[in-house]
Each structure stands twice: as structure tokens, then as C-alpha cells.
Design a protein around this ligand. Sequence first.
Ligand SMILES: Nc1ncnc2c1ncn2[C@@H]1O[C@H](COP(=O)(O)OP(=O)(O)O)[C@@H](O)[C@H]1O
Ligand SMILES: [Mg+2]
Length: 511
Amino acid sequence: MNTGDDSNIVLLKNIVKIYPDGTLALRGVDLELRKGEIHGLLGENGAGKTTLMKILSGLIKPTRGEIYIKGKRISLRNPAHALSLGIGMVHQHLSLVPVFTVYENIVLGLKGAKPSKVEIEKLMNTTGLKVPLDSVTENLSLGVRQRAEILKMLVRNVDVLILDEPTTNLSPIETRELFKSLRNLKEQGKTIVLITHKIREVLEVTDRVTVLRKGRVVGSVETTKTNSRELAKLMVGREVIFEIEKSPRLPGEVAVEVEDLHVIGDTGVSAVRGVSFSVKYGEIFGIGGVEGNGQIELAEAIAGIRRILKGRIILGGRDITHASTKERYSMGLSYIPEDRRTGLAMDMSVAENSVLTRITYDKNLVNKAGFLRFNEILKYAGKLVKDFEIVVSALSSPARTLSGGNQQKLVVGRELSREPSVILAVQPTRGLDVGATEYIRKLLVKMRDEGKAVILISSDLDEAMSLSDRMAIMYEGRFTGIVDPRKVTEEEVGLMMGGYTIEEIKHGMSD
Ligand SMILES: Nc1ncnc2c1ncn2[C@@H]1O[C@H](COP(=O)(O)OP(=O)(O)O)[C@@H](O)[C@H]1O
Ligand SMILES: [Mg+2]
């Protein structure tokens, strides 16, 4: 790499980032961006893509490393500083002021003479980024708002435009239009960084691609010199897959059937777009994939906290598509949500939390007059704490005072000790230490061995692959395949995570 070469508009050298909580997000990353290229930054969740680009756009500071912009070593102070040097980033969560018009948002904060609407319209024509300038932003689709964010960067004359997972909330048509605009911008000499986990997008629109894995660059190549298989392998390739002792499965009857499920997400776009699968008693059915591909919405639909648009869910032979959470619960479904804060009442005691979902049906906990029997509750909580090795100072301490791992054990323990027939666990080990992680994984296997049906949603691929008897990969609201994790290669899993269906993979691919 040559820092003086003016074809390198940006050069990052040996960038290390340690977050204040100790997370080592980048372990010495080099990246070179050339003038007039579309550069793909590909990687799984947590690979460090966003962190790296936040550093380049001045939002966070690197712990170590050097940043060269147009050949000059720079220490970026903040995003405004980066913008003044021609670098702008459009974040995953859009940041326009909802009550302003599009025009007001585009020129917001500009110093000096603001471009007129006519000038912006000219820019819209040359780039293909069409937006209604006089409309109030909050009424517009995410696709339009994103175009406005890009225009906002362009009127600031950026040379390097960074887009973080820009197609997440776009329809296929909007995606195609966005890519067309990106090609136009490239023709005009702009450099574009496209952060994505979608291999198809990299192959479709980028000139070069850098693959990050666990905070390191594992490959940087010209897109025409690589292919989907190689990229998939680079993206997920791993040293050892977490091993857990597991006996062969002896699945029984069908416990859960999901038929052609469609669910709308919070932003109004369809998050689950026709998912079907069945899970048997005595089986762990894993659902993997990069986060944000509809897994959470699917879980919430099964748990009964998100409305189902179309399709059916059968639990133990009964149609529960429109049943309440409580009904599902009393039919034996246990739900371990991703966010333990939704599973616990943080200001209530450990004892109260341990019976939170049980109180509605366990007659033992309530006396004839309808009052809680605190002795019984304490007895129950004490057993839970002992059985699940939860570290607490007192049963009367608020749940908030527990460590993250112990909070999670409390939720998991409570949900599993009620002898459910079906367990729906979402990211059950996220953020836990090694000990607690292993404990919970073993517990899920134990439940399966006892004949319970387990649906495990996890974006930790090692976890999904080592625990699941069968595993689906979710991508843009659909399954790209349901496979036996022992019979697929990492390359095949990577391809499924990047948007290829198992049929396409098995029967030859088009690129
Ligand atoms: N503000 C933060 N504090 C602590 N850790 C963080 C923070 N932001 C990201 N991380 C961690 O840094 C790693 C890289 O994250 P990120 O850059 O968001 O990856 P990607 O964009 O590739 O999914 C992950 O382990 C993530 O959990
Ligand atoms: Mg990211």
C-alpha cells in the first residue's frame, strides 16, 4: 500500500478498536478505498463493519491505527470534520427530522449559501435519487428517506459515501434503483462503501470487496475475481465449531407447525414473508442467519405478541394463530425473549420474578382469598436459584441487581422449570460469559432429550449449528433452506446466510 498514491482516496492502517466495555471490535484492520469505486464491506454480525466505518466517518475514535485521507495522515475529531474532508456516512438507523420537509432536512445545518430546490432537483436528475422535496419526512417510505439522506451527503460534496446495510428495509425495486444511483455516482467519480452481509449485492454492484471476520480482514479482492462460494467461505469460515455432547435424536410427534407465515415488522415492511416448518418433540430446530432478517418478528408471532398477517401456527394439534399469549402459555409454550429486560420486571424482587409467568396458573402460589402465598413463592424461588445456580445476594433483592448472566439464568430457569412442552428461545446466551453460556446450552439439550420441542433462534452460527438437529437459515423474511447442520459445509451455510437458497446451491449457481 502506498500512502502517497492519489488513487487511494482513503487508507486505513492497522486500525484497532477496543470499546470502553472491553470489547475488541477491530484487531488491526487495513483498508484501501480507491477513487471512483464501489467497495463492498462484507461480513457476519459483529464482524466490525459498522465500527470500522464509524471510525472513518469520525463518529468514534480508533484505539490505535492510522487514517490517511487523500494521502494525508488525519486524526478525525468528529463527523463534521470527516465531512469537511469529504467523507459522509448514512447510518443503519436513519436520522432525519420527522417533522421537517425533505428539503429542510437536506439543507439542515449547512453553513453558508444553501443550495436551492432547483439545484437539488438537478442533482436528483443526475443521480436518479428522486425525492419529493416539499413533503414532510415522517410520511415517506424508508426508501425515500434513505435517498434523502444520500442527497444530504451529496450536497455536502462528499467524495466518499458510506452506506451501512442500506437495503435492509428496501423492496427489490427500490434496491435496484438504489444500485443504479450508486453506479451513477461512481461514474461521477465518487467512492462508495457498501456495508452488507448479502453476497448477491456484493457481486451485483461492487468493484472490489473486503471481507471482515471477527475484527480482522480475511480477504480483499476484485469482485470479478471472486465468486459467491469463496465469499461465503471467507465470511463464515471458522476455526472450530463449538462442540457439545449430544446423543442422536429420537424425535416424536409433531409439536409445532408453522404454515406460510407472514408478519409485518415495526417499520411497516413485511418482516416474515412466507415461512413454513414443523418441529417435533425431542428435537432442537435452529433458526440462524444474520440478525434483522425477520427472526425476531417470527419469534414474536409464535409467542403471540405480534399480529400474524397470514398463515397458521399449530401447537400440539391446536390452531393457536390468534390465541393470546396466556393461552399459548397454558398450552405449554415457554418463551425466552432476546431481551431479558422484557422477560423480567427489573424493580421487582428475584422471588417475585421467579413466579411472574407462573402466578396465573399455579394454584399453590395463591390462597383461597386470592392473596399471594409468600412462603410458597419464597420456597419456589429458593429452589429455582439453587437448581439453576443463580448468584443472588437475597431473594428479596431487585432483579436489577443481578449480573446479566444471572438475569438470563433467572428467565431461562423460570421458563424451563415449569415443564413446558415447547421452548422458544431467542439468543438465549447472548452477552453471557462462557460458564453461563455452556450451562444454558446444556440445559436446552437436556430439555430436548426429555422430549421437549425446542425452537432456537440464534445468530451465533456456532451455537445454532452445534445445538440444532435441523436448522433453517433466514434471509429477508424467508428460509433459504432447512438443513442437517452435520451435513452442510461452512461454505453452504455462508451462501444461505448471504441469500442463496439450498436448491440454488445444490443445483448450480448462476454466477
Ligand atoms: N458501543 C459498543 N460498545 C461495545 N461493544 C460494541 C459497541 N458497538 C459494537 N460493539 C461490538 O463490536 C463488535 C463489532 O460490532 P459492529 O461493528 O457493529 O459489527 P457489524 O457492523 O459487522 O455487525 C461486536 O462484537 C459488537 O458487539
Ligand atoms: Mg453493522
